[in-house]
Design a protein around this ligand. Structure first.
Ligand code: HEC
Ligand code: HEC
Ligand code: HEC
Ligand code: HEC
Ligand code: HEC
Length: 384
């Protein structure tokens, strides 16, 4: 909105007189100075970047004859950027999850951080089985050469999203690896035309995302095209730096909805999610108990008694009415999601799990007095 105002000044200038022009220049300079100071010292509620262009862009990748890329490489990058997605969003500093410039860190190069951001961290256990093997971070997974459960025939464009190409994601994973964004990535436009990371999230970093309705990349939850939700953008807890039961991301879920956070995972892990499976949902997941695969977008109220009684940030749930504050899982209700058990980028457990699936605290039959129950037992109290 700030840039919008500046443009208006320019328009008035074109039709104005000479002395008017001078007065305007003074106002414009004062206004720009205000924007600069304001833009740098405060952070708006939405996720728009701020600061001088030169912090992130280079016009020619040359200054005094030297390369301007952060890694001093002389080859220019897409969108005139000084770094790519991975270099900007990584850190070499242990436990740093938000680095200088307010950049969220999703790849720590030395160790898994003590408290990762909501998506987890691509360091994982520094092996294939604990993370998505993303181009620029790790070579292709030696075992999984395609997304488990992939079925290209049933995945369609998320509801409300304006598709610019002819497909939604790639149809053949042979020789392909996950990218941050684009046709074989998770963030941004996945239509076939947009194959590069930068084309995939184009405009995202500068867009106004104060309204998340899934209609454009920037208005989608964390640039995940078509996905709804409520972003935790409050200072000190952006991207869930310090989640609590009353301060966390609000994940959107709804049975049958392509705006669900679970549909995002289902775009590649098709058979694991009822909506992405389409007409094959009955044979892939099931439609009621007894289920065939662990259900998602179903209410925790289905469980015996009131097992999951308060939003638990260690085992989060989605909702059709997502919120960042207190959520009553029984009445609002809380829906199981892929991210109840997994982290999206990577975790310090096998299979990107949020919890140790082999620890004593996650095993069955140890009694209802078990106080440290984690993982499955947060929901399945009858199995304690
Ligand atoms: C020059 C550094 C830089 C580069 C390159 C960069 N980012 Fe970012 N990114 C940022 C900053 C800064 C933010 C935080 C913006 C804010 O919330 O104020 C951000 C935020 C994000 C977010 C979170 C958005 C939200 O809603 O909170 C995502 C997702 C993201 N970037 C993805 C990408 C992808 C994908 C690429 C590669 C195409 C990329 N970034 C390249 C600096 C960068
Ligand atoms: C904090 C880092 C950062 C700063 C500061 C920044 N940009 Fe960007 N900009 C990005 C990233 C990352 C992308 C590529 C991904 C995207 O489009 O979201 C981008 C994309 C763009 C694009 C192409 C996307 C579009 O909206 O069409 C333009 C144009 C652009 N920036 C211009 C500018 C200008 C002009 C400035 C200074 C007024 C500026 N940027 C400051 C990070 C930044
Ligand atoms: C763009 C496609 C794509 C999307 C979207 C996607 N995945 Fe994946 N996923 C893959 C591919 C490809 C693999 C296998 C290669 C690898 O691990 O990188 C994989 C592997 C996995 C694995 C197994 C990792 C291992 O090595 O054992 C898990 C768990 C997983 N994904 C969970 C998720 C979850 C949860 C989501 C949603 C937040 C999701 N995926 C979204 C493509 C995707
Ligand atoms: C966020 C809550 C939640 C978590 C965490 C969770 N579940 Fe579930 N689980 C459910 C719900 C809700 C159902 C559906 C129950 C129904 O339809 O009666 C379900 C169904 C199941 C079923 C099928 C039951 C049937 O009747 O077909 C099994 C088995 C199961 N879960 C095992 C697990 C295991 C093992 C874990 C840990 C890896 C786990 N669950 C974690 C909520 C959860
Ligand atoms: C109730 C907890 C739970 C939920 C919900 C859940 N998963 Fe998993 N997932 C697991 C566990 C535990 C494993 C480890 C292997 C196993 O038991 O199947 C796993 C394994 C995986 C794998 C690896 C499979 C392989 O062949 O190596 C992928 C991919 C995956 N999950 C994706 C998803 C997606 C996508 C969703 C949502 C549609 C989802 N998961 C929901 C618990 C869960």
């Amino acid at each position: 909105m700030k840039t919008g105002k500046i443009q208006k000044c320019h328009k008035t200038l074109k039709g104005g007189e000479k002395n008017m022009r001078k007065a305007f220049s003074v106002i414009l300079v004062a206004f720009l100075a205000m924007v600069l100071v304001y833009g740098v010292s405060t952070r708006t509620a939405d996720a728009k970047v701020s600061g001088q262009c030169v912090n992130c862009h280079t016009m020619h990748n040359s200054q005094g004859g030297a390369a301007m890329r952060f890694d001093s490489n002389a080859t220019p990058l897409n969108t005139l950027l000084r770094g790519d997605c991975v270099s900007c969003h990584s850190s070499t500093v242990a436990n740093e999850v938000v680095k200088a410039g307010g950049i969220p860190v999703v790849y720590s190069t030395t160790a898994f951080p003590a408290v990762p951001l909501a998506g987890g961290n691509f360091y994982g256990l520094n092996n294939d089985a604990s993370r998505h093997n993303v181009v620029g971070i790790a070579a292709a997974d030696a075992v999984l050469t395609a997304p488990p459960g992939f079925d290209s025939t049933t995945v369609t464009v998320p509801t409300g999203f304006v598709q610019s190409g002819t497909g939604w994601g790639i149809t053949n994973w042979a020789g392909k690896e996950v990218t941050c964004a684009g046709a074989q990535g998770c963030h941004g436009d996945r239509s076939v035309e947009n194959t590069s990371n930068e084309a995939g999230v184009k405009g995202g970093h500068h867009g106004d995302d104060s309204t998340i309705d899934g209609t454009t990349t920037v208005k989608s939850y964390r640039f995940l095209a078509g996905i709804k939700g409520v972003e935790m953008n409050t200072a000190g807890n952006q991207w869930e730096q310090a989640p609590t039961a009353t301060s966390h991301n609000g994940y959107y879920g709804a049975a049958g909805s392509k705006n669900s956070i679970n549909y995002l995972c289902g775009e590649c892990h098709t058979k694991f999610h009822a909506t992405a499976s389409g007409a094959n949902a009955a044979t892939n997941v099931g439609t009621a108990s007894p289920w065939l695969r662990h259900p998602t977008d179903v209410s925790v109220a289905l469980l015996s008694g009131a097992d999951y009684t308060a939003y638990n940030p260690a085992v989060p749930v989605a909702s059709a009415l997502p919120k960042t504050g207190a959520l009553n899982p029984t009445t609002e209700p809380g829906l199981v999601m892929c991210l109840s058990c997994h982290r999206a980028h990577g975790s310090n457990q096998l299979d990107l799990l949020r919890f140790d699936y082999t620890a004593g605290t996650t095993q069955a039959g140890l009694g209802t007095t078990q106080v440290n129950a984690t993982g499955c037992l947060v929901c399945h109290v009858a199995q304690r």
